[in-house]
Ligand binder design. Structure first.
Ligand code: NAD
Ligand code: TYD
Length: 367
C-alpha cells in the first residue's frame, strides 16, 4: 500500500480515517476525493501536519472520467470508500441522492477499478465501508447481526447501502476485483455532523434548544468510537482476506434516552447551563421516525479472531471525550450551525415533528 484513495475523506469517519492512516504510516500518499456536500468540510482535515502527503480533490464519485484520471495519475493501489449520503432522516425526506451516490457512485468506482485492472494488469484493492443497518432491525432478545445474517434493509439509506454491498461483492465474484466490506454499528466522536443523535444533542443542549427524542427513546443501537472503527478498517485493508465481510461493533446496548441523559449529565458537570437548570429539562419527546428500526446489535467475533481487532474506548469514556471535543471546538460547530441550510433542515426535521408525551407513542418493535 503506497497510494490510497479515500472517498468521502472530508466527512466524519473519512476525515478521522485520514488522520488515523497517516498516524499509522506517515509515508503514505493519500488522495482525498470528496464532493463537499452539506456533510463534508475541508476544515475537517485542517489539523493534518504540513508534512502530510495529502492531495485533496473536490469531485463526485459519480464522475467516471474524473475517477479514471485519479486512479491513473496517482497510481492508486488502495481505495477506501466512505463517500455516501449517510443520514437516515434525510433519506426519508428525499431518497434520490442516496440512490445516486450510494448505489450509482459505488458502481462508478467499481467500474473504474475494473477498467484499471484491464489497463494496468492489477486492480486496486477496494474496501467498502458499510453499515449494520443493511441487516434490518432486531427485537429485544434476538441474536446479534453477523456476517451470516441475511440482508433486510428497511429505510432508503439502508436499502441503498445494501445495494452497494451487493454490487461490491458481485465485482469480486464476477471480475475478481479484490474487495473487502465492513458492516459497522453507529459511530460517534470528533467531526460528526450535528444532525446525528450524539452531536445534535450536544449542540442543542448548549444553545438552549429542545433535545428531540423520537418516540419513547427506547430504541437501541450499538455504538463504537470512530477511532476504533478506523483501526478496524486499517486492519482489514492491511491484513483482511479479499472477498470477505467483517462485522464491527462496540458490544453495548444503551437506549437512545439513556444516551441523551448521559450527555446532559456530562454537560451539567463540564459546562453548567447559565440558568443552573439541568440540560435534561430540555428533553422533548417528538413523533417517531417512520419505519424506525428498533434495535441493532452486532457480533464482532470474526474480526477479533482473524485480525486481532479490539475496541479501545469504553462507551462512557468515549462519550465523555466526545463531549470534551465539541466543547473545545466551538468555532468548528459555529461554522456548521451558522449555515442557513443547516438551520432550515433542523427546523423542518426535528422541530416540525411536534411534541408528544412518551406514553402516547406506540412501542416500536421490529416488524
Ligand atoms: P458523512 O455524511 O459524515 O460523510 C460523507 C462524506 O461523503 C461527506 O464528506 C460528503 O461530502 C461525501 N460525499 C457525499 N456524496 C458524495 C459524492 N457523490 N461524491 C463524493 N463525495 C461525496 O458520513 P459518515 O458518517 O462519515 O459515513 C461514512 C461512511 O461510513 C458511509 O458510507 C456510511 O454509510 C458508513 N457508516 C457510517 C456509520 C455512522 O455511524 N456514521 C456507521 C457505519 C457505516
Ligand atoms: P442517528 O444518529 O440518526 O443514527 P441512525 O438512525 O443511523 O441509527 O440516530 C440514532 C438513534 O437516535 C435512532 O434510533 C434515532 C434516534 N434519534 C432521536 O431520537 N432524536 C434525534 O434527534 C436523532 C437525530 C436521532
Amino acid at each position: 500500500m503506497k497510494n490510497v484513495l479515500v472517498t468521502g475523506g472530508a466527512g466524519f469517519i473519512g476525515s478521522n480515517f485520514v488522520y488515523y492512516l497517516l498516524k499509522k504510516d506517515p509515508t503514505l500518499r493519500v488522495v482525498v476525493l470528496d464532493a463537499l456536500t452539506y456533510a463534508g468540510r475541508r476544515e475537517n482535515l485542517s489539523a493534518l501536519p504540513a508534512s502530510a502527503n495529502v492531495v485533496f480533490i473536490h469531485g463526485d464519485i459519480c464522475d467516471r472520467a474524473l475517477i479514471d484520471e485519479v486512479l491513473a495519475t496517482h497510481e492508486i493501489d488502495t481505495i477506501v470508500h466512505f463517500a455516501a449520503e449517510s443520514h437516515v432522516d434525510r433519506g426519508i425526506s428525499g431518497p434520490e441522492p442516496f440512490i445516486r451516490t450510494n448505489v450509482h457512485g459505488t458502481f462508478t468506482l467499481l467500474e473504474a477499478a475494473r477498467e484499471r485492472a484491464n489497463r494496468a494488469g492489477t486492480a486496486p484493492r477496494f474496501h467498502h465501508v458499510s453499515t449494520d443497518e443493511v441487516f434490518g432491525a432486531l427485537s429485544v432478545g434476538d441474536p446479534p447481526f453477523s456476517e451470516a445474517t441475511p440482508y433486510a434493509p428497511r429505510s432508503p439509506y439502508s436499502a441503498s447501502k445494501a445495494a452497494s454491498d451487493h454490487l461490491v461483492r458481485a465485482y469480486w465474484i464476477t471480475y475478481g476485483i479484490p474487495i473487502t466490506i465492513s458492516n459497522c454499528s453507529n459511530n460517534y466522536g470528533p467531526y460528526q455532523f450535528p444532525e446525528k443523535l450524539i452531536p445534535l444533542m450536544i449542540v442543542n443542549a448548549l444553545s438552549g434548544k429542545p433535545l428531540p427524542v423520537y418516540g419513547k427513546g427506547d430504541q437501541i443501537r450499538d455504538w463504537l468510537h470512530v477511532e476504533d472503527h478506523c483501526d478496524a478498517i486499517y486492519r482489514i485493508i492491511t491484513s483482511g482476506k479479499t472477498g470477505e465481510t467483517y462485522c464491527v461493533g462496540g458490544d453495548n446496548q444503551p437506549t437512545n434516552l439513556t444516551i441523551v441523559r448521559l450527555i446532559c449529565e456530562l454537560l451539567d458537570r463540564k459546562k453548567p447551563s447559565p440558568d443552573e437548570k439541568s440540560y435534561a429539562e430540555q428533553i422533548q419527546f417528538v413523533n417517531d421516525r417512520p419505519g424506525h428500526d428498533f434495535r441493532y446489535d452486532i457480533d464482532s467475533r470474526k474480526i477479533k479472531r482473524d485480525l486481532g481487532w479490539r475496541q479501545s474506548y469504553r462507551f462512557e469514556d468515549g462519550i465523555a471525550a466526545t463531549v470534551d471535543w465539541y466543547l473545545a471546538n466551538g468555532a468548528w460547530l459555529s461554522m456548521i450551525t451558522g449555515d442557513p441550510a443547516y438551520a432550515s433542515w433542523i427546523g423542518r426535521n426535528y422541530l416540525g415533528r411536534g411534541e408528544t408525551s412518551p406514553a402516547s407513542n406506540r412501542k416500536e418493535e421490529a416488524a
